[in-house]
Design a protein. Structure first.
Length: 250
């Protein structure tokens, strides 16, 4: 997202509707965004080192919480109790935010930094990708400590944007340089991984609500790769536009 002081929200899928704006100035560089079950928005502003709490109905910033690092992505627990901020390589930790108290309450040490972050559907785990090494780091949300470190098979460098399937049975993570997606079973995180070659510079996912299909946004060549998650293989690929980064089902 550009270094502007606004974010756009959309209420309906109508192509003709105008996207309303939410001004977040003076906070700079809104990037990661999450929404909780009540509809509250949480937005990281990395240059300002803040996590914004936004009421989308009022279109106003309700709170700006210090994160200490240049928070790039955010994961919010399903119960809305805590948020976890990935600081890339700016700070060697994940920032832990108490959303009820609206303050930072902890740091989970990740010495190499973090590249993407996600919460498990049951809220018990946070998974983040090591910024440098081909590995995932699993955080226990009850203790806010590192519970496990999982090597990623077939990779030579750090991965990008881990995501859980809706039922929590799988974790997907992509790698821009190697052009691949790893699919891990949460029942055996250290077991054999499905390694799927996709397009150039994959940057994100959209996972279908039934958990059967993952769409991969390949930023480098403007394609989308559809992965059949049952078989761990490519089902199809199609052109979707130059510079594609983000996808979503709605």
């Amino acid at each position: 997202m550009a270094f502007t002081g606004v974010i756009r929200i959309r209420d309906t899928p109508s192509r003709s509707s105008i996207w309303p704006l939410i001004a977040v100035s003076p906070y700079q560089a809104p990037h990661g965004i999450q929404i909780d079950s009540s509809g509250t928005l949480y937005v990281t502003c990395d240059l300002s080192r803040k996590l914004l709490v936004i009421d989308p109905k009022k279109r106003s910033v309700e709170a700006a919480i210090d994160t200490e690092g240049t928070g790039h992505w955010v994961a919010v627990l399903p119960d809305g109790s805590k948020a976890y901020i990935a600081n890339k390589n700016d700070r060697p930790f994940v920032s832990v935010i108490d959303l009820k108290a609206r303050k930072m309450v902890g740091r989970v040490s990740i010495p190499n930094g973090t590249q993407g972050i996600a919460a498990s559907p049951d809220g018990k785990w946070i998974v983040t990708a090591d910024y440098n090494d081909p590995a995932l780091v699993l955080i226990d949300t009850a203790k806010d400590t590192v519970a496990d470190r999982i090597p990623l098979q077939g990779l030579t460098r750090g991965a990008f944007k881990p995501r859980y399937t809706p039922d929590g049975s799988k974790i997907l993570v992509c790698n821009m340089g190697d052009g691949q997606v790893n699919v891990l079973s949460t029942a055996d995180l250290h077991g054999k991984q499905a390694v799927v070659k996709v397009g150039k510079d994959p940057m994100g996912f959209a996972i279908s609500p039934d958990g059967k299909t993952a769409l991969v946004a390949n930023h480098g060549d403007g394609t989308v790769t559809a992965i059949d998650l049952a078989s761990g293989r490519v089902a199809t690929s199609f052109m979707a536009g130059t510079g594609i980064e983000t996808l979503s089902y709605y």
